[in-house]
Design a protein around this ligand. Sequence first.
Ligand SMILES: Nc1ncnc2c1ncn2[C@@H]1O[C@H](COP(=O)(O)OP(=O)(O)OP(=O)(O)O)[C@@H](O)[C@H]1O
Ligand SMILES: [Mg+2]
Length: 334
Amino acid sequence: MGRIQLENVTKSFGDVEVIPPLNLTIEDGEFAVFVGPSGCGKSTLLRLIAGLEETSSGNVIIDDEDMTEVPPSKRGLAMVFQSYALYPHMTVRKNIAFPMRMAGLDEDEQEKRITAAAKALNLTDYLDRKPGQLSGGQRQRVAIGRAIVRDPSAFLFDEPLSNLDAALRVGMRLEISEMHNRMQTTMIYVTHDQVEAMTMADRIVVLQAGVIEQVGSPLELYHEPRNKFVAGFIGSPKMNFISGDEAAKHGAHTIGIRPEHTEVSTTEGLWKGVVGVAEHLGSDTFIHVHDTGLAGTFTVRITGDIAVRHGDTVYLTPQADQIHKFDTEGLRVA
Ligand SMILES: Nc1ncnc2c1ncn2[C@@H]1O[C@H](COP(=O)(O)OP(=O)(O)OP(=O)(O)O)[C@@H](O)[C@H]1O
Ligand SMILES: [Mg+2]
C-alpha cells in the first residue's frame, strides 16, 4: 500500500510561507511527478512527506494513518536524492545492505533482497566494488537499490537523474519506469526535465510558489492547461503567447499556440516574419521567427528538416483547432 494524502499542509521558514495550505492525494501505485520553477517548493513538499521537514500545520496521511508526528524512519518510505550519498568505504553490497542492517533484518533475508535488487538494477556484477569504481549511473542505481531493499510503501525521488549525462538519463528514465511497472509501488518524482515528467508520470502536479496550479495526466496538461502558467510550463519549446488584436479576434485576452501547431511556408500564410535562429536537429527543426508584427519571437517546430536559414522570410499559420485561449486573469477560456 502507499496512498499519500496531504491535508491543508503548510510550511513556513521563519516568516516566509513557502507552502500555503495545500491538499493533494497520491493514490496507491501511482507515479506522480512534481514540476515547477526553481524554488517553488517541490523538494520541501517531498521532505514534508518523508518527515525530513516538519509541517507548520496540516496533516500528512499515509495509508489512512496520520504520520504528521511520526519520524522519517517509521513512515515506511524511501527517498532517493540527486546526490547519491553512498558510503565510499563500503562495497556496493554493503551500501545496499546498510538500511536492512540498521533495521536488524536477518542475514538470509538481507541476501535475498540484495540479490533481487541487484538483478533488477543490473548491478549483479558490481556488488563487490566500491562506489569510486562505478560510473555515475551505476552509483545512482546503487542508491535506488538501497531504497528498494527497504520494501517501502512509496519511493520519493528528488531529481535523481540530474547529475547524469544525457544518454544515461534516458537509460535510467526507462529503468525507473520499468521498475514502476513491475513493482506497482507508489512513486513521487521531482524533476526539472519536461521529458521525464511527460513520459514517466501517471499524473503531473504543477507547482508555482507552493501552490498547485494543476494536477492531471501529461496529455491533459498538454491539451487542456488550466491557465497560462501551466500552458507555458508544459511543452518544449514553450507555447507562444499573443495578446492584443490577434487574440481579440478569438474572443480572448491572450492566445497560446504551441510551436508544433504552426505551419511554415516560404510563400504564403497568416503572419509574415524573418528567421532569426534555425535549429536543425535532424529529427526536428526549431525556427525562431522575428518581425512578425506580434510581440517577441515566435517559435515553430517542424518535424524533420526544412531548408530555411537566418534572414529568410517565412509565413506562419497556426492550426485553427489548436489555439488556446486565456482571459485577462490568464485562465483558460473554453
Ligand atoms: N531550510 C530552509 N530555510 C529557509 N528557506 C528554505 C529552506 N529550505 C527551502 N527554503 C525555501 O523554500 C522555497 C522552496 O524551496 P525548495 O527547495 O522546496 O524548492 P524546489 O522547488 O525544490 O527548487 P529547486 O527546483 O531549485 O530544487 C525556496 O524559496 C527556498 O529558498
Ligand atoms: Mg529541489
